[in-house]
Design a protein around this ligand. Structure first.
Ligand code: NVA
Length: 311
């Protein structure tokens, strides 16, 4: 399997084969525990971000630099992807200067267009559709905390958004039992669920779409939530607050999961909305470990895409 990922784009977590994803997670774990040299010396990564970012930018920059490479960050004001300049033009200028491009955008089509025109690997660093590097960090955290992925029950409480989509697909690829409870109108898209179910059939996992948070969380090994209003949806915040009433992960809800269940959140968290301060700060919360793990996951991904190691 080694080397097969070299030069590829990762626009969806499902651009990876299940075996590749599992292998990347084990590489990430090894890099975290054993450390590494600087195999990316002389390589450059461009980060094109149309939305704010703390963790993802931090993780890409720390990962790339600690592997010996360089990073160039372009802020939302500087990029103007498709506005100041066509995406395909940006792609062909960048590919002549850098070895890899990470794009954070409001539209999946933009990261796809970038990948079509750039000859170097393009990574989706969060779009309206997906957040593949987050799902890698999430699965790495579950693997670390539970010692396995197959058969682990993960309950996602909330919006069928970008984070939920990548996690659903990734969980399906790795044999988890993925349950999601969402209010009406905020469910995962049907085509994605169908795709995830096909992947789950291969891995022994399963996907359950539920309405009530209590049903999703019952005896789960992992309880996960994300914001009710994602970046770009600010105009819907009030309507979403109403729709998601009853979907807060509080100590009462978490107590319905297994006693050794962990709580996860991709952050930033809105305490008092999707999660309480008590749960965020409580003993079951692994959110800081999860945030750190994005760096280790991205290291494994960059190595696989740029030098063909460990994927
Ligand atoms: N669903 C959130 C994730 C942020 C990392 C958003 O898109 O804003």
């Amino acid at each position: 399997m080694s080397g097969s990922l070299c030069g590829r784009d990762v626009l969806s977590i499902a651009d990876l084969k299940a075996g590749e994803l599992r292998s990347l997670l084990h590489t990430a774990l090894r890099l975290k525990v054993e450390g590494h040299g600087q195999p990316l010396t002389g390589r450059t990564l461009a980060l094109l971000f149309e939305k704010p970012s703390l963790r993802t930018r931090l993780s890409f920059e720390v990962a790339m630099r600690s592997l010996g490479g360089n990073c160039l960050y372009f802020s939302p004001q500087e990029v103007g992807l498709g506005v100041r300049e066509p995406v395909k033009d940006v792609a062909r200028v960048l590919e002549r200067h850098v070895d890899c491009i990470a794009v954070r955008t409001f539209q999946q089509e933009k990261v796809e267009e970038m990948a079509r025109y750039a000859s170097v690997p393009v990574i989706n660093a969060l779009s309206d559709h997906e957040h593949p590097t987050q799902a890698m960090a999430d699965l790495l955290t579950v693997l670390e905390a539970k010692g396995r992925l197959e058969g682990v029950t993960l309950a996602f409480v909330g919006d069928g958004n970008n984070v939920a989509r990548s996690l659903c697909l990734g969980a399906a690829m790795c044999g988890l039992h993925f349950r999601i409870a969402s209010p009406q109108g905020y469910e995962l898209p049907a085509d994605l669920v169908e795709r995830a179910r096909a992947l789950a059939r291969e891995s022994g996992g399963s996907i359950a779409l539920l309405r009530r948070p209590e049903e999703a969380v019952a005896d789960a090994d992992v309880v996960y939530t994300d914001v009710w209003t994602s970046m770009g949806q600010e105009g819907e915040a009030e309507a979403r607050r109403r729709a998601f009433e009853g979907y807060t992960v509080d100590t009462g809800l978490l107590a319905m999961a297994r006693p050794d269940a962990i709580f996860m959140h991709d952050l930033p968290a809105h305490r008092g909305e999707e999660v309480t301060d008590e749960v965020m700060e409580g003993p079951q919360s692994v959110v800081w470990q999860q945030a750190e793990n994005k760096t280790h996951a991205i290291k494994a991904l960059l190595l696989a895409l740029l030098v063909g190691e460990g994927g």
